[in-house]
Design a protein around this ligand. Structure first.
Ligand code: CP
Length: 311
């Protein structure tokens, strides 16, 4: 049987519209199933997934674990701090050890951009990128698209504003690639020091003013300031000052469409990128829905990556 889905899930930049649509369509079934009393099916019985996270995670790591278990796969969460990585073992040797154990998928998060792409050609297991440096976080963009489509009929021509630290955000990059493929009108709103260096290649409209950028938008995504990717002293303004100009609150949101939805991939730094009140306001915020649907989207990804016969 010919493969309808790539062997690895590395980025949204190279996913086709058909591949993305396959994930989003299958996720509908799993979103329903996840509201059942019995949430588990036998789809991936006998498969093994390794979660290998070199950076902290609440949502992505747990969500992959729950997704795999709901499909009856076995899951191993590697405690990187307790592994032989601490004794000088290279990342490749570590991953090849898991590969030798005949695991079927390795979900990896790493601070260096390009790590999943480097590993993919060297292993038999499917490599799934759970966030590589500032590069991509493909399953976040897939779950974001799935969430938007729950509220809006189509992505085409939707005005979507991505606000904040775009330069360091793998979530922003994955979302921009995906949303552009589906004809959304993506704009970014960032202070000059967080504007991406490759702005001219991204195919987005750029604003450095929230009032102008948020006018008439259908969707707003806020982003955390990624201090861990900056040198000390690089972020030179106070959180209070940043929030005043770039923190999303009800007042700034008033120029958006009345039925605008507000998204944030998390983790949320309350009253920095978004007001605490707005993050919790069910009239606008779909943050918890994003987390719920993330499980369904990751089930769909695992199903498509692992159920099909490999070439
Ligand atoms: N959105 C996201 O990647 O969250 P975590 O860092 O908690 O996994």
């Amino acid at each position: 049987m010919a493969r309808k889905f790539p062997k690895h899930l590395l980025d949204t930049e190279r996913l086709t519209i058909a591949e993305i649509s396959a994930v989003l369509n299958l996720a509908k079934k799993y979103a329903k199933q996840n509201r059942n009393k019995n949430k588990t099916i036998n789809k991936l019985h006998g498969k093994t997934l390794v979660n290998l996270f070199f950076e902290p995670s609440t949502r992505t790591r747990t969500s992959f674990e729950i997704a795999a278990k709901r499909l009856s796969a076995d899951v191993v969460n590697v405690a990187v701090d307790q592994s032989s990585n601490k004794k000088g073992e290279t990342l490749l040797d570590m991953v090849m050890a898991f590969n030798a154990m005949q695991v079927d998928a390795i979900v990896i998060r790493h601070s260096e951009s390009g790590v999943p792409q480097f590993l993919a050609p060297q292993v038999d297991a499917a490599i799934i990128n759970a966030g590589d440096g500032t590069h991509e976080h493909p399953t976040q963009a897939l779950l974001d698209a799935f969430t938007i489509l729950r509220h809006k009929k189509t992505l085409k021509n939707l005005k979507i504003a991505i606000c904040g630290d775009v330069q360091h955000s793998r979530v922003a990059h994955s979302n921009i690639h995906l949303l552009n493929k589906f004809g959304a009108k993506v704009r970014i709103i960032s202070p000059p020091y967080f504007m991406p260096k490759d702005l001219d290649k991204l195919g987005v409209e750029a604003f450095d003013n929230m009032k102008e950028g948020l006018r008439d938008v259908d969707v707003v995504m806020t982003l955390r300031i990624q201090l861990e990717r900056m040198n000390e002293g690089e972020f030179a303004v106070s959180f209070k000052e940043y929030y005043q100009h770039y923190g999303l609150d009800h007042k700034k949101l008033a120029v958006a469409k009345p039925n605008v939805i507000v998204m944030d991939p998390g983790p949320i730094n309350r009253d920095v990128q978004i007001s605490s009140e707005l993050a919790d306001d069910p009239k606008f915020s779909v943050v918890r829905e994003q987390i719920e649907l993330g499980v369904a989207v990751r089930m769909a990804c695992l199903d498509l990556l692992l159920s099909e016969k490999k070439n």
